[in-house]
Design a protein around this ligand. Structure first.
Ligand SMILES: *[C@@H]1O[C@H](CO)[C@@H](O)[C@H](O)[C@H]1NC(C)=O
Ligand SMILES: *[C@@H]1O[C@H](CO)[C@@H](O)[C@H](O)[C@H]1NC(C)=O
Ligand SMILES: *[C@@H]1O[C@H](CO)[C@@H](O)[C@H](O)[C@H]1NC(C)=O
Ligand SMILES: *[C@@H]1O[C@H](CO)[C@@H](O)[C@H](O)[C@H]1NC(C)=O
Ligand SMILES: *[C@@H]1O[C@H](CO)[C@@H](O)[C@H](O)[C@H]1NC(C)=O
Ligand SMILES: *[C@@H]1O[C@H](CO)[C@@H](O)[C@H](O)[C@H]1NC(C)=O
Ligand SMILES: *[C@@H]1O[C@H](CO)[C@@H](O)[C@H](O)[C@H]1NC(C)=O
Ligand SMILES: *[C@@H]1O[C@H](CO)[C@@H](O)[C@H](O)[C@H]1NC(C)=O
Ligand SMILES: *[C@@H]1O[C@H](CO)[C@@H](O)[C@H](O)[C@H]1NC(C)=O
Ligand SMILES: *[C@@H]1O[C@H](CO)[C@@H](O)[C@H](O)[C@H]1NC(C)=O
Ligand SMILES: *[C@@H]1O[C@H](CO)[C@@H](O)[C@H](O)[C@H]1NC(C)=O
Ligand SMILES: [Cu+2]
Length: 556
């Protein structure tokens, strides 16, 4: 049987001339695993170039069964199962690399290692973009352009697995190195369709976002940014490249929305496109909502002149709170929280309402918990979410936000805050929830759609495990700058302690904590018990669910 590849022609665009000179190793699945007989075997253990054995042989790695550690329940979902129990719908064997080796065929080094035998340990420093020279910024932009113009050596599916005639007709298409990252983000956060009828929009129901609205948000994005950073290193042939960050906290306006950096915004007459280097950047998968409603995947990875360009309109939102960037105090508040994540007060297994987790660092950092007024209680949209919405346009459309390269600057800053928190709180893996999380957000869930498979737990570690650091913080995550340091230490120490009722002005009595903990646990048990009864009743009627029953939040 012959594999049905969707072939990519040259992209004829004024600014984007694709070349195949540079290849990168990072994407959904390696091309070499997609011919139909290999795809059907469910084994993706390539032989690296220059080697004779799968995964590079005894010194580098070996081919291993993929065992899904936590079985995410598919209860309540029908339809698109491709992402459940990732990546076993597609592959159930992959390379397990030894020592410092990494990658789908063990020909890469683990993050933070380089050299032929991966014995050279290096630390890349992610820097504040405002402290970089104009030349350095220009160079970064050139890397992005090169990534946009280079075809990845991985491919993305053009349709759901069920349309691939089981596994005998894999259908994948090529994509550029840059757009692959937008595609990843789109794929991980696209809605799930409940129901088997492709065109029935009325049964569109529960969202299944494997990267947002749950404990996996910081870890998923940490791995995502690391892969993106590695892809840019490869495409630019610069092993030392590190992602810059944009520290938006307390800024009056978007300081990097100028032509030196990421462009000014035009007006409504010009559809809020941007000026400068990225003026003509096409936004792939812009029609994702319609595609999802038709049970289809975004497969239009060949931008044309008709593809909409990225759009941005800082401060364009109607709500005054979203016309500004988050305050420094909001960041300090997030840092003061001691719990990484907390089971939500209104937890319902089917809905996974983790955007209602109180006093949760993750929820507050993501932007579903209040930090501006320092209560830690459910409140949209602050910190991370607020920056997306403030920028208005491509950045405020969850799945396709990475089309705008400012996403990289924003998310390396979110990762920086995560790093500050990790260093401050000396975390261990067991602080990452391992039960009752949204689908794919368990401590040991493999993160969608990365291959080879990696768990959230693998990335719930300080940046030194991955060979990078930020230019402005010390080993405790505190600012190196003495003035900033004093300000942060003082502010964090004066933050109100987060409690469920939030009546506590600080210095919380341990007994109160204990009692409220018991109270909370009792409520949780009651909720779970009653939910199970309700659910049993509901399941019989579940075809009557409509969008009104939907429990969704905006997240990005
Ligand atoms: C992997 O999938 C293949 C093909 O469906 C099947 O024969 C095999 O038993 C599976 N192996 C594991 C470990 O699940
Ligand atoms: C890498 O390892 C191989 C096998 O152990 C050895 O022969 C070779 O010299 C090493 N190369 C370098 C650059 O260290
Ligand atoms: C190790 O990596 C650093 C930074 O990439 C480089 O400057 C140095 O030459 C490398 N050393 C060896 C032995 O490869
Ligand atoms: C920020 O943007 C607003 C509206 O776009 C503008 O009126 C104001 O002058 C800007 N402030 C600064 C400090 O640039
Ligand atoms: C703005 O978008 C509309 C609708 O997509 C399109 O017809 C129009 O040509 C665009 N205008 C510019 C200046 O790009
Ligand atoms: C929505 O998607 C369907 C199926 O791909 C397509 O036929 C239709 O033209 C699209 N509608 C819009 C408004 O893009
Ligand atoms: C973006 O700005 C427009 C125009 O000001 C506004 O109508 C719209 O609601 C904003 N959208 C978002 C998501 O902020
Ligand atoms: C989930 O959160 C939404 C708000 O986003 C809320 O309206 C809804 O009541 C919550 N659902 C449950 C079952 O608690
Ligand atoms: C903070 O609290 C004040 C007073 O209750 C309220 O008006 C304001 O909207 C709140 N701000 C945010 C960002 O939650
Ligand atoms: C974290 O570890 C460091 C070094 O071991 C220690 O000094 C610090 O007190 C610890 N912090 C917390 C919050 O446990
Ligand atoms: C879509 O599904 C709902 C629920 O199963 C059903 O009531 C409705 O008739 C379906 N609509 C179409 C157009 O098939
Ligand atoms: Cu995201």
């Amino acid at each position: 049987m012959e594999a049905k590849f969707v072939k990519m022609e040259a992209i004829l665009l004024k600014v984007f001339v694709l070349s195949t000179l540079v290849e990168t190793n990072i994407a959904l699945f390696p091309k070499v695993c997609l011919p139909s007989e290999i795809f059907a075997s469910k084994e993706c253990c390539p032989v690296p170039e220059g080697y004779e054995d799968k995964c590079g042989g005894p010194d580098r790695g070996y081919c291993n069964d993929i065992v899904v550690n936590i079985v995410d329940s598919t209860d309540g979902f029908t339809g698109d199962f491709d992402r459940f129990q990732w990546p076993t719908t597609f592959f159930n064997r992959s390379c397990k690399c030894l020592g410092n080796f990494d990658g789908p065929d063990c020909s890469d080094c683990k993050f933070g290692w380089s050299g032929k035998n991966c014995t050279n340990q290096t630390t890349r420093i992610r820097r504040n973009i405002l402290k970089m020279t104009v030349e350095e910024v220009e160079q970064f932009k050139l890397y992005l352009i090169k990534a946009k113009n280079t075809i990845s050596d991985y491919m993305v599916p053009t349709t759901l697995y069920r349309n691939m005639d089981d596994d005998t007709q894999p259908m994948f298409t090529e994509i550029s190195v840059y757009d692959l990252y937008t595609w990843y983000h789109y794929y991980v956060s696209r809605d799930n369709i409940r129901g088997t009828s492709k065109a029935n929009t009325s049964i569109h129901d529960v969202t299944a976002d494997f990267a947002h609205g749950g404990p996996g948000f910081p870890t998923w994005h940490r791995y995502f940014m690391l892969l993106w950073e590695r892809a840019l290193q490869k495409v630019s042939n610069n092993e030392e490249f590190a992602l810059p960050y944009w520290d938006w906290a307390g800024e009056l306006n978007c300081t990097i929305c100028t032509d030196t950096y990421f462009g000014k915004s035009t007006d409504s007459l010009h559809n809020f496109t941007v000026t400068g280097t990225f003026a003509n950047w096409p936004a792939i998968c812009y029609d994702f909502e319609n595609l999802t409603q038709h049970g289809e995947l975004c497969s239009n990875t060949r931008p044309s002149l008709n593809t909409p360009r990225i759009q941005r309109n800082p401060g364009g939102n109607e709500s005054p709170e979203l016309q500004v960037l988050p305050s420094k105090e909001a960041v300090y508040y997030a840092l003061s929280l001691t719990d990484y994540d907390v089971i939500p007060t209104n937890y319902v297994p089917v809905y996974n309402n983790w955007t209602h987790s109180p006093c949760s660092f993750r929820n507050v950092l993501e932007g579903f918990g209040d930090s501006e007024n320092q209560t830690g209680l459910p409140r949209v949209h602050q910190l991370h979410n607020q920056v997306h919405i403030y920028l208005n346009g491509t950045m405020s459309d969850v799945p396709i936000a990475p089309n705008d390269p400012i996403f990289i600057l924003h998310h390396s800053n979110v990762d920086r805050i995560f790093e500050k928190w990790l260093r401050r709180h000396n975390v261990t893996a067991d602080q990452f929830p391992d039960t009752s999380t949204p689908l794919g957000h368990n401590r040991y869930s493999y993160m969608v759609p990365f291959f080879p498979e990696r768990t959230h737990s693998d990335f719930f570690k300080n940046a030194d495990h991955f060979g990078y650091d930020y230019d402005d913080i010390d080993e405790f995550g505190l600012p190196l700058d003495p003035v900033e340091r004093e300000r942060e230490i003082t502010a964090v120490s004066q933050m109100k302690k987060c409690t469920l009722s939030n009546n506590d002005p600080g210095n919380t009595d341990k007994i109160i904590w204990f009692i409220s903990g018991l109270f909370f646990a009792a409520i949780a048990v009651l909720v779970i018990v009653s939910i199970n009864c309700v659910r049993r009743r509901r399941r019989r009627n579940y075809h009557r669910f409509t969008r009104d029953d939907e429990i969704t939040d905006i997240s990005m």
